[in-house]
Design a protein around this ligand. Sequence first.
Ligand code: GDP
Ligand code: GDP
Length: 435
Amino acid sequence: MALVAIVGRPNVGKSTLFNRLTEERRAIVDDQPGVTRDRLFGTVEWTGREFDLVDTGGLVPRSAERFDAAIREQVMLTIEEADVILFVVDTLTGISDLDAEVAAQLRRAKQPVIVVANKADNTARKLEASEFWGLGFEQMFALSAINGTGTGDFLDAVVAALPDEPDSTLEDDAPRIAFLGRPNVGKSSLANKLLGRTRSIVTEVAGTTRDAVDARLDYKGRELVLVDTAGLRKKARIKENVEFYSTLRTERALQSCDVAVVLIDGERGLESQDARVLREAESLKKGMVIVINKWDLVEDKETNTARDLEASIKERLGLLDFVPVVFASALTGQRAEKVLDIALEVFAERQKRIPTAQLNDALEAATRRTPPPSHRGNYVKIKYASQVRAEPPVFAFFCNAPEGIKESYRRYLENRLRAAFGFVGVPLTLTFKRK
Ligand code: GDP
Ligand code: GDP
């Protein structure tokens, strides 16, 4: 999907604009899994076209001492990655020095740049916005991110500026697997190892030049896609802001994959960033696999190191104990294929549909064993359940008092579902409805 990036100095209203543009869709999908998370990346739909939107301002550390330098990097990376750039400025302050600097940098961009003169809440300010033509770009829209005026025409222009959609014949059912993790954890080594061992075609997707380059491979007679191998390789060029780049790439790969394979450095153990990516994969309801990589470097494998490390990682993961863990070495190739085998297993689990009769047998057994605790003195009864969708799986439980179901009981039911039906590596959504 095309990527549209919002850039600009602090306080011009980037995040307000981001929220405005992603809001409508959020309202539609909030009911569905995977939308409650940090609002830096989102999907926007306008007149039938969809695009990814990133608020790059959120990726500049708030504590940055030299934020002008941070913004320069932000803009540089945006030029590398985005298909359309939204350059936000502030009609209340007019053109600032920093705006002029950003403009100079953006004029070198090959992709369309649209100036957004924000905070044009009324007609007077809208007129004042004409000074921003002076920044030297072909398109400028005066709008108000806060009250929404002017956003319709502006969105029409954004959609018109998007690159053509890639050939839709490439959209297929092949499992999409993404390798994620911190820089240097071994993602490209693992991808290359697997690509070297299998028949593979790296496809440049026409139209979306800056979009991900996916590798299609024939694995044990089955076609699958490794998401964004370009992102894995390209990073050598990016020296300055590796973190920003990897966050952006990770996010996009996550959005477009079916199964997220998160690599963790076996020598370093689980780090906070790893946990963040895992949480994000979970909130997007992607299939999940954890790879403890560089296992060749972990000493003393004869003893219980592996088990201890796995136990300590699982303990830190807490509720993510449904995620399978593979100990591997991208360098030696040890268990490299096992990673794909398990990813494919998770992919299949995520597609699974449980027949209603079986589901209700399991529900009955679970509620007989431990009935829902009463709520404000009232008896809570779950009458029946059904799997309302797959990929990702969502289960609806119909009860007399849905508000009486506590998180602990939800978790109990989830565990019972897993015990009965597996769903290894698959985040489950349980919803409770009144009936
Ligand atoms: P960012 O730092 O560029 O992401 O800016 P924010 O989105 O955090 O907005 C900075 C300030 O400008 C906040 O106080 C917003 O409420 C305000 N703001 C954003 N958009 C508008 C707008 O369209 N009109 C007005 N009047 N204020 C706005
Ligand atoms: P990426 O940034 O996650 O794509 O990481 P790379 O694949 O570029 O690997 C970073 C460095 O770690 C390289 O020097 C690799 O050779 C090394 N590396 C990757 N996987 C392993 C592994 O399993 N064992 C060892 N010893 N080194 C590895």
